[in-house]
Design a protein around this ligand. Structure first.
Ligand code: FAD
Length: 390
């Protein structure tokens, strides 16, 4: 009989997790701890051995929902000590002045800036400790029978391999292949929307003394009404600095002079911190990425269920995409306990509980872009006026 944490466990059902990103790797921890056979299939190579990981956002804001899920698998302490608390938004006005807008009134009201790759690695490492967990990197799901659990993966060299599972969990992101199969089923609703804005990630390096170039414990925002720059701190004392802007406007910045003039006119203090040459070079070297929202219903079909971005990809302005995906994992496992691991009951209950939440957070995230790039100006004006009266 196999052993989990020194305890003998009965042979169990086979769970296939498609996608070893943030939500897939956390799910692997949850299922592993319950003694299931877990096969995690990831289309990329193992990020733990990669020199460079292609993809989105170097760091992310971890908040209450995400922490609750990490706590449930025993990783909260480990992850949060590797993160940087952000207690307030730091608004940067055009004239270079700054003021803070706190996230709350208590010392424990903060969000945490964490490194995406490190978080993913820590969760993979934890899942891998369990003998019933097997990772299959360089496996891209290309076919899936939702009723039988039969799956086909393309592997290197153009070959394909077949696997089967009692439960297939699609954690394969915004362009999910598992959801793609669900989309062909009757009574499956699906809507995706690209916004007209894209983003580029730049870096604000440490200052000359090797320290943070700006106050460390803040989410810095340069709101400019129709676009914005934000910066989140990293442990190496840099800030990941992201410009969100309409594609139309990106298209106009085709020369070094145009880029320099744009940044000097709209983010003069940021130019000094990032360094003009560094900024222009990294901007010119980077193509803006797109931002997509996905809504769908139901989240399950046959033996399959989708979670995270596969179910509810959202624009990043509420900092909740990963957090909402982590909450999916936590809620799914609470339902597993409630229904004694009976998938026939758990899957519909999961859709019933989480699908309305998914739609709501997708809408809130879209709304928060207006809040961050524009209303924050109004709010901070109001906030400062109020403070002047005290
Ligand atoms: P993904 O991270 O996309 O992982 C999916 C995985 O599946 C990938 O590893 C992929 O390689 C794999 N895969 C895809 N297709 C297949 C296939 N066919 N077969 C096998 N494997 C496959 N969220 C927050 O909570 N806080 C933030 O501050 C925040 N900031 C963000 C900033 C930006 C700029 C962006 C773009 C997003 C941000 N998000 C944030 C959202 C967050 O990145 C996502 O919600 C989160 O990554 C979703 O995790 P996931 O595991 O569902 O999907």
């Amino acid at each position: 009989m196999p052993e989990i944490n020194g305890h003998s466990v009965a042979p169990s059902k086979r769970i296939a997790i498609v996608g070893g990103g943030l939500v897939g790797s956390l799910n692997a921890c949850f299922f592993a701890q319950k003694g299931f056979h877990v096969d995690l299939y990831e289309s990329r190579a193992d990020i733990r051995t990669a020199t460079k990981v292609a993809g989105r956002s170097i760091n992310l804001a971890l908040s209450h929902r995400g922490r609750a899920a990490l706590r449930a698998v025993g990783l909260e302490g480990h992850i949060t000590t590797e993160g940087i608390p952000m207690y307030a938004r730091m608004i940067h006005d055009l004239d270079g002045s700054t003021h803070a807008v706190p996230y709350g009134t208590r010392p424990d009201h903060f969000i945490i800036s964490i490194d995406r790759r490190r978080l993913n690695e820590v969760m993979l490492n934890m899942a891998e400790k369990f003998p019933l967990v097997k990772f299959h990197f360089n496996h891209r799901l290309v076919k899936c029978n939702l009723e039988s659990g039969d799956m086909t993966f393309s592997i290197s060299g153009g070959a394909t391999v077949e696997h089967t599972a009692d439960l297939v969990i699609g954690c394969d992101g915004a362009h999910s292949a598992v959801r793609g199969v669900m989309e062909k089923k009757i009574l499956f609703d699906f809507k995706q929307e690209y916004i007209e804005h894209g983003y580029v990630e730049l870096e604000t390096p440490a200052d000359k003394s090797g320290d943070y170039a700006m106050a460390k414990n803040y989410l810095h925002i340069w709101p400019r009404d129709t676009f914005m720059l934000i910066a989140l701190p990293n442990l190496d004392r840099s800030f990941t600095t992201t410009l969100f802007m309409p594609f139309k406007q990106f298209d106009q910045l085709t020369t070094e002079t145009a880029v320099t003039n744009f940044f000097r006119a709209t983010f003069p203090d940021a130019v000094k911190l990032i360094g003009e040459n560094h900024l222009v070079k990294s901007f010119m070297d980077t193509k803006p990425s797109s931002l997509i929202s996905v809504k769908c219903k139901p989240y399950h079909s046959g033996r399959a269920v989708i979670m995270g971005d596969a179910a509810h990809a959202m624009v990043p302005f509420y900092g909740q995409g990963m957090n909402a995906g982590f909450l999916d994992c936590l809620m799914f496992h609470e339902l597993m306990d409630q229904y004694n691991d009976n998938f026939d009951l758990v899957l519909p209950a999961f859709t019933k509980m989480m699908q309305p939440n998914g739609e709501a957070i997708v809408d809130l995230a879209a709304y928060n872009y207006i809040e961050m790039r524009h209303l924050v100006n109004t709010w901070s004006y109001y906030f400062r006026k109020k403070m002047d009266n005290f």
